[in-house]
Ligand binder design. Structure first.
Ligand code: DUC
Ligand code: ZN
Ligand code: ZN
Length: 469
């Protein structure tokens, strides 16, 4: 492959901020320096006036995923293309055990679906049946398959939930083998009571999704998962944390020196539960789990990002269309028009993470550009065994690079996005900061509005041990 020279950019990593050129050879950063001479067969890209960031690492997406009676609408091809336009070049997506089947079967199925990926992808494994075979498979996946993190749910009884004993057993195996448990922490059985009571009373509007999933029950389950992980001696990663009570549990654990980690998502940082009152069933667009909360929770999350009690911002990209589309009802929010409990839980976001967090974090909430990179690329890469190949700009790292205009103001429009989904949570939201050019292992895949990548060019990334940041 020809060499690539990116000149005059302002390189921002989690630790550094300086002007230099970057020479890329064979898909990796070969040299960083001032005034690197242009040799033969070098394609030169001028990054004057732009930030040069490591490609974003989004460790929470659901592409082409069966969830209860629903299925997310992005294939790996469409979802990763949307990610690329948003400056994200590595995804860690969720493979899924089907009840009664092995983890390996679920991983094989995920690999088949992931063949169309346009950016690099890795897999977490969702574990539903914690059998002796599954526990043995967990070890094999960590040691031999590069799959070193496992998601278990304390929510969705009868569908995805595991009990505390199963969670604890899985934690012990992960902890002893360099793996990490990701937990969806809400008290599923109590929430189920609240849902059934609401539906029986005829309280079926979208807003009851939020009212039946109280923040207290997220706090309770987060505290419980942390205590189980402490006993099991395993690192823990709390996914999609939305509630101040849950954050308090993580903070308390981190203050005691425990390897407890947590992510939040852009929607919890910018939107509130008022969205559920939107007319014409529009509130259904915001039905994701956990639900949107109040402004007070939002402020707690921003504080957590500043103090490192929250370490990662990922998207939980889980796209279901609002309206029924050619690919069918099973993929649309319309399933729950008469009953909020039937609205597929999930929302899109893979394309808008970087500009939103740059604008909201760096411009409005006092995060440094380094912290922005740390939250969106470096720490997720470190925690999930991808660093230093991913998540930074350094000699030897993959040349996944984003040229980012920190000054360009623009308006987010769903119709201009690249996911197959038919809406964005952030319609009309004005941001400053825009992705201009994206390189995947040295190849330009996005140039302004132009798509230069192709399906299948994304590689599967085998991950190392987790939980080290
Ligand atoms: N949890 C997720 O992580 N994604 C979608 C739905 C859910 O409950
Ligand atoms: Zn979840
Ligand atoms: Zn998710």
């Amino acid at each position: 492959m020809d060499s690539v020279l990116i000149r005059n950019g302002r390189i921002v990593t989690a630790t550094d901020d300086y002007r230099a050129d970057i020479l890329v050879e064979d898909g990796r950063v070969r040299m960083i320096g001032r005034d690197i001479p242009v040799g033969g067969n070098v394609s030169v890209h001028d990054a004057s006036g732009l930030l040069v960031l490591p490609g974003g690492v989004d460790v929470h997406t659901h592409l082409d995923w069966d969830f209860g009676n629903s299925r997310t609408v992005d294939t790996f091809g469409t979802g990763t293309r949307a990610a690329a336009f948003g400056g994200t070049t590595t995804l860690v997506d969720f493979a899924n055990q089907t009840r009664g089947q092995s983890l390996r079967a679920g991983l094989d199925d995920w690999h088949r679906r992931a063949e169309s990926a346009c950016v690099d992808v890795a897999a977490h494994m969702i574990v539903l049946d914690v059998t002796a075979e599954a526990l043995a498979d967990m070890q094999a996946l960590i040691k031999r398959e590069g799959v070193s993190s496992f998601k278990l749910f304390t929510a969705y009884p009868g569908v995805l939930m595991v009990d505390d004993a199963a969670l604890f057993k899985a934690m012990r195996v992960a902890g002893a083998n360099g793996g990490m448990i990701c937990v969806h922490a809400e008290n599923g059985p109590v929430i189920q009571v609240l849902i059934e009571e609401a539906v029986a009373r005829g309280q079926t509007d979208a807003k009851y999704h939020a009212l039946t999933r109280p923040s207290l029950m997220e706090g309770e389950a987060t505290h419980r998962a942390i205590r189980l992980a402490e006993l099991a001696h395993t690192p823990l990663y709390v996914v999609h944390l939305s509630a101040a009570e849950a954050l308090a549990a993580v903070t308390e654990a981190r203050d005691r020196g425990l390897p407890a980690h947590a992510e939040t998502c852009p929607h919890y940082l910018f939107l509130t539960e008022e969205a559920y009152d939107r007319p014409d069933f529009e509130g259904a667009k915001y039905v994701m789990t956990p639900p949107l909360r109040t402004r007070a929770h939002q402020e707690a999350l921003w504080r957590g990002l500043r103090t490192d009690d929250l370490q990662v911002v990922s998207t939980d990209h889980c796209p279901f269309c609002f309206n029924e589309q050619p690919w069918g009802m099973r993929s649309s929010k319309q399933q729950g028009r008469r009953d909020f409990s039937k609205i597929p839980n999930g929302a899109p976001g893979v394309e808008t993470r970087l500009p939103l967090i740059f604008d909201g974090g760096v411009r409005q909430h006092g995060l440094s550009p380094n912290r922005f990179v740390e939250l969106t690329a470096t720490t997720p890469a470190k925690l999930f065994g991808l660093f230093p190949r991913k998540g930074t700009i350094a000699v030897g790292s993959d040349a996944d690079l984003v040229l980012f205009d920190a000054e360009e103001a623009w308006t987010i429009r769903g119709a201009e996005g690249h996911s197959r989904v038919d809406y964005t949570l952030f319609e009309g939201h004005r941001v400053t900061g825009r992705v201009k050019k994206v390189f995947l292992r040295g190849q330009v895949i996005v140039d302004g509005a132009q798509w230069l990548g192709k399906e299948g060019m994304g590689e599967f990334v085998r991950r190392g041990e987790c939980g080290k940041a």
